[in-house]
Write a protein that binds this ligand. Structure first.
Ligand code: PGA
Length: 258
């Protein structure tokens, strides 16, 4: 229980793609075929929620897991348009992404992220919490931005639940679709921030509990930069957006990580 989880975690964030259920199924099946024998990583497909229950049947017979890209901050009741953690669990979803910068940009507050993490963990989902600064400044204030996001997201989470959490460092400036000037973080920049996040966790929970949380990097991960990231970022996995919609490229990324 006390060492850093050694199985890497790869999350394919499809975002609001593809546009039809048939296309989602076809994309899922090509990823499944390409990854049929590659089992030494946890591979999670974060498809749009509306497609998840269709995909659970195919996922059940594979080494792929399913994630939602968001979840309600409320347990149940009169919340039109929301999907609860228990609903996701009940259709066979095992993971959920919380606090993605594209949700934060649409008004998601830290307080909602906190509630979503708590409900996700309580519902037995593995929660991938996204943190990351919008921009970097010469004084290094962006470290405090990330620290505040991490501390807030983990409020009320007991150390016994930490294995159900992963934290993805996704600087907004690195996300391929965020700005025309988006560029991946260097492996060294990612490494520095992941060490910083590990230090915050150690401060909150102690060293051995902190080491149960997988720390991921996300932002313009492609087949071109994955080897350098694997060699030097120190991440225990990756959150892949655009490149995850190209099955062959995603499979190349998975092989590089294993
Ligand atoms: P990207 O997206 O890989 O297309 O940059 C990552 C993400 O937003 O999770």
């Amino acid at each position: 229980m006390s060492s850093i989880i050694s199985v890497p975690l790869l999350v394919a964030n499809w975002k609001m793609n593809p546009q039809t259920c048939a296309e989602a199924k076809a994309l899922f099946l090509s990823v499944k075929k390409l990854l049929a024998k590659k089992t030494s990583a946890d591979i999670v497909i974060a498809a749009p929620s509306v497609f998840l229950s269709t995909l659970t049947k195919d996922a059940a017979k594979s080494n792929l897991h399913l994630a939602a890209q968001d979840v309600s901050s409320e347990k149940m009741g009169a919340f039109t348009g929301e999907i609860s953690a228990l609903m996701l669990k009940s259709v066979g979803v095992s993971h959920v992404i919380v606090g993605h910068s594209e949700r934060r940009a649409r008004g998601e507050l830290d307080a909602f992220v906190t509630q979503k993490v708590q409900l996700g963990v309580k519902s037995d989902l593995t929660v991938v919490v996204c943190v990351g600064e919008r921009e970097r400044d010469a004084q290094g204030k962006y470290f405090s931005v990330v620290e505040a996001q991490v501390r807030s997201a983990l409020q009320g989470i007991a150390s016994s639940k930490l294995a159900q959490l992963a934290i993805a460092y996704e600087p907004v400036w690195a996300i391929s679709t965020a700005t025309p000037s988006a560029h991946p973080a260097t492996p060294e920049d990612a490494h520095e921030m992941l060490l910083f996040i590990r230090k915050i966790l150690t401060d909150m929970y102690g060293r051995s509990a902190a080491e149960r949380v997988r720390l991921l990097y996300g932002g313009s991960v492609t087949e071109k930069n994955i080897e350098a990231l694997v060699a030097r970022s120190g991440a225990q996995g990756y959150l892949v957006g655009g490149a995850s919609l190209r099955p062959e490229e995603f499979a190349t990324i998975v092989s590089a990580v294993q």
